[in-house]
Each structure stands twice: as structure tokens, then as C-alpha cells.
Design a protein. Sequence first.
Length: 384
Amino acid sequence: MARSTGQYQVISLRDEPVRAFVPFPLPPTAPELVVEARIAALLTEAEAAVRELNLAASLVPSSDWFLYGFVRKEAVLTSQVEGTQATLQDVLAFEATQQSDRPEDVREVCNYVEAITYARGQLADPAGLPLSTRLLCAVHRILMQGARGADKQPGEIRRSQNWIGGTRPGNARFVPPPPGEVGPALGALEQWIHGDDPLPPLIRAGLAHVQFETIHPFLDGNGRIGRMLVALLVEHWGLLDQPLLCLSVAIRQWQREYYNRLSAVRTEGDWEGWTEFFLDCVRIAAREGVSVARELNALRQRDRDRLLRESSATVAAIRLFELLPEHPMVTAQRVAELLRTTAPTARKAIELLVRLGILNETTGRERDRVYAYREYLQILAGDA
Ligand SMILES: Nc1ncnc2c1ncn2[C@@H]1O[C@H](COP(=O)(O)OP(=O)(O)OP(=O)(O)O)[C@@H](O)[C@H]1O
Ligand SMILES: [Mg+2]
């Protein structure tokens, strides 16, 4: 399908002519995006998988802890697309021990969690920011906190020309719009998001993602903000009650195709090909979420039964067990705080859960030990 999705502006950079791409505002036109049979079938499957995920999330005993795990998982994976190496364990270990020297990769993941939490808070608050350029800038500022982001103009739309792939704009794979075009392009995207385009919301979320990546409004972090935008839209448009869609699972698996599909929208006007790819990713991410929910439920049930059958089970141990989903890595001190109890009582509760194989010590040290609900983390991280 050949259609034009934007215009090239030739600018001069470092004495070289460079073709910067300025996308037309959404929706796709000439021709319009039609939900024909193939796309319709993929849409039906993706929507069904998302509904099932929503249901699975509502059936877990505490959806807070389910969400907690998912947001962190997405944060770890989305940061790994960029090459940050932190694992879910690293992040939770940091949270459990509250060390002051946080590795920079763990920091990036924590930033992501903080950023999406902030965005959801704003959207849920009638007096908060709507989904808008301003909100995305505020989110970007949080995402880029810390050393690695400091020179990336956190929270600000770029004022210089950027490029993707290649050593300079002249040999780049893709040169996004010149800085002067970024504000208007984002404004148009914002308007379209709040407009009444009749395309199905899931498809619209995918289109918004491409448009955002094509505008590439920030000096860095565009991939992460663009994926978060999908999570926020899917929630905003009522497809999910929580940001449980871990799109990065699928995108990481097909990273090359992901990049190619983004490019093909610009070079060949292939919105249809993108939409098929995106709906595939959504279906896979949602089904993955459902199976994680099921496994977590089964594990919790099994471990709770084991604990309740144990004659030496204490109230503290049971309370600790119930807290684990939200605090899957703990220290003795943290447990004492959480349970508002004494250090010996906390230690005894931990010891019992260790004896039952629910908690595992992770450091091998005698002091400052850290205990993990290992099976739970393995399921959540997808490497059970
Ligand atoms: N050919 C392309 N056309 C449009 N967008 C692209 C293209 N190739 C990659 N991208 C987008 O650019 C993102 C990378 O940009 P940037 O480095 O600003 O984001 P990031 O969040 O730091 O990185 P990452 O997405 O790798 O984690 C990719 O994730 C993808 O969404
Ligand atoms: Mg980057």
C-alpha cells in the first residue's frame, strides 16, 4: 500500500544537506486505514486477550501486588531495549535494602516506575494534567533523573536536530522533524488523541506510538516514553483498568521487525503492516500477562496452604507471607518495620518461611541478609 505519510524538509547540518521527515497529522489518509479482514481478525484476538488479562487481574487476591510486579517488569524490560542491564531482582533488592549507592541501571528502572505512577496519578486526578505534551514532558523529566540523563535535557522538547542510526544526520537511517516542527506535531498528536476518530482504540494506541516515535521529541528516552504512552492510552480508553500490558516482552523479541515496521510507515506509508505487527504484540503481551497471573495465583495458593498446615506457624509469619507480593525481597529489619514488631519476632517469621522454602536467602552473607520470594520473582520475570 503506497501512501505518503509526511514530507521531507531538506536542512543543512554540518555543511551537509539532510532530509528531515515531518509526518502528516494522524489519522492515515489517502487512503484511510481500513480495518479489513486480516486486521479485523487480529484485532478481535488482541481485544479478547486484553479482556482476559483485565479479568485475570481482577481475580488475583490483591491486584495491587499484581500491578506492582508488572510495572516493575515492564520497567526492567523497557529499559533493556535500550541496553540497561538491571534485572528485576536487582531492582527489588535495591528497594528491599534501601542502599544509598544505587547503580545507575537500577536507577533508570526505578525512574520508569516513578514516571508511570506519576502519569497515572495525574490522569486519575480531575485537577491533574490530561494526556498532553505537558504531561509527557513531566514524565520525561522523572524518567531522565540521575547522571545518565543529565545531559539529555530532561523534561524538555529538544531544540536541536537528532537522528536514528548512523554516525551523523547525513548518513542516518532516519532523521526526525527539525526542532521547530516538533511542538506543532506533538500538538496535533495530542488533539487527535482527544478527538473522536472512529478507529478502534487499540489500533489508535498503535498509531499514536508510531507518530510519537517519528516525531522523536526528546534527545533520549523516546522509546520508553512512547511505550508508556501505549500503556497509558490503553488504560485511558478503558481497555485495561491498570497498566498491565508488558509490550516490551514482544518488542524485545522482535526488535528488528519493530524498527523495520516503524520505518516502513515513513518510507512506504505502511500503516497496515504496522497495525498487524502491533496487534500481534498486544495479543502476545496480554496472553503472557494472563499466564503469569495464573501461575502467581497457583503459587500463592500452594504456599499459603503449606504455611497454614504448619503447626509452628505464627501470626507474624502469616502476615509476612501476605505482604510478600508487595515486598518480594526483604531484610529482617524491613520485616520488623512492616509488621511493626520486634527484631526477634521478625527473624522467627523469616526463619519459618525459609524452612518451608518460601523465602530464600540471596546474599550468602552472615550479616545484612536479603530474603527473596524466589519462585514468585521467577514467574514474574518470566524465567521460571
Ligand atoms: N526507524 C525508526 N523510525 C522511527 N522510530 C524508530 C526507528 N528506529 C527506532 N525508533 C524508535 O526510537 C527508539 C529509540 O529512541 P531513544 O534512544 O530516544 O529511546 P530510548 O527509550 O532511550 O531507547 P530504547 O527504545 O532503545 O529503550 C526505539 O525504541 C524506537 O521506538
Ligand atoms: Mg536511548
